[in-house]
Design a binder for this molecule. Structure first.
Ligand code: HXC
Length: 293
């Protein structure tokens, strides 16, 4: 009988960083209303930062901001934006400066996703994801960069690993995230002399996020768990801890890099979807394809 796989310990519940490392600093986080970006915001706030969380759904953001303020003792405010619209980001930056007077850290996390084979993907479907992920990242950088130059701040772009190898039904997201990765490294070398850093955080399979749960069913996750080197799928806290590190002075000499938070999955992965079954028999993965997000 094969030996039972090693199971890594649960994510750290107490931080290895000092509680006040981001005291007096301000985080601006697109996509911060839910999932990984919300978790990263909470971790930054637990280490002293105040925060603005941004997205399209103001009700969800308002509720999240109240909960984050309560759970961390810092101040979090919501701002409604569509990252495809520069004017909405300009208004959110103005609101941030009015409330907090500065921006030190930016998480570019707003993203769109759905599964679709190229053969069915409309031009507008492709454009929509490129505009949210890639143009949205560009727009967020443009809106915040003058403030980050002032504060000698830092960017973390939440990308993915699905574009490192071909992932069926993800051509739009793969193209968008590859462009985000390129954007971050160019930003890093252009803005380094101004004291601004830019890095990418690339989550692998992380449980309890809407995006991953939509793209993956439970049995897929259970199977995946057994093949991952660390014996479990990721937790939001794993990404949040990596984010705290990237923004902290411990990463002061790290820019233009990608941290992959995937428990070693990428070195073994063949596909996030069953292959070639997903391509030859699309009906067999019907449950993994949302009708409409
Ligand atoms: C095919 C679809 C579709 C689907 C939308 N479209 N959903 N095509 N299959 N399931 C097409 C539409 O038909 C339309 O094209 C175009 O996309 C725009 O759709 P809209 O609904 O009008 O756009 P919008 O309201 O802007 O919504 C965009 C969205 C949004 C991307 C569909 O719902 C969204 O952002 N939702 C997901 C948010 C999310 O899950 N974020 C987490 C990402 S996680 P036509 O031609 O009809 O006009 C992530 C990493 C996951 O990215 C990694 C997992 C391993």
């Amino acid at each position: 009988m094969a030996p039972a796989p090693f199971v890594a310990g649960v994510p750290l519940s107490t931080s290895v960083f000092k509680a006040d490392i981001f005291k007096g600093k301000v985080l601006f986080c697109t996509g911060g209303g839910s999932g990984i970006c919300r978790g990263m915001t909470e971790a930054m706030m637990k280490h002293g930062a105040d925060a603005v969380i941004l997205g399209r759904q103001i009700n969800r953001l308002t509720k999240a901001a109240e909960e984050l303020t309560k759970s961390t003792g810092r101040t979090c405010i919501p701002a409604q934006v569509d990252v495809r619209e520069p004017k909405t980001l300009a208004a959110a930056v103005a609101k941030t400066i009015e409330q907090f007077g500065r921006i030190d850290y930016v998480i570019c996390g707003a993203a769109g996703n759905f599964l679709s084979p190229i053969s069915n993907l409309s031009e507008n479907g492709f454009r929509t994801v490129i505009e949210i992920d890639t143009l949205g990242t560009y727009n967020t950088i443009k809106a915040t960069l003058p403030h980050l130059r002032k504060s000698k701040g830092s960017y973390v772009h939440v990308s993915a690993t699905l574009h490192y190898r071909a992932t069926p039904y993800q051509v739009h997201v793969s193209a968008a995230k590859a462009a985000v990765d390129a954007l971050s490294s160019v930003l890093a070398i252009e803005e380094g002399p101004h004291g601004v850093r830019s890095n990418v955080l690339a989550p692998g399979p992380v449980a309890n996020t809407e995006g991953a749960d939509r793209l993956s069913n439970k049995s897929n996750y259970l199977e995946m768990k057994q093949t991952l080197p660390l014996g479990r799928v990721g937790a939001i806290e794993d990404c949040a801890n990596a984010g705290v590190f990237l923004f902290s002075d411990a990463a002061a000499f790290i820019t233009g890099q990608t941290i992959v938070v995937d428990g070693g999955n990428e070195h073994l992965r063949t596909s996030y979807l069953p292959y070639p079954q997903a391509v030859l028999d699309p009906a067999s993965i019907k449950d993994m394809i949302p009708a409409k997000l």
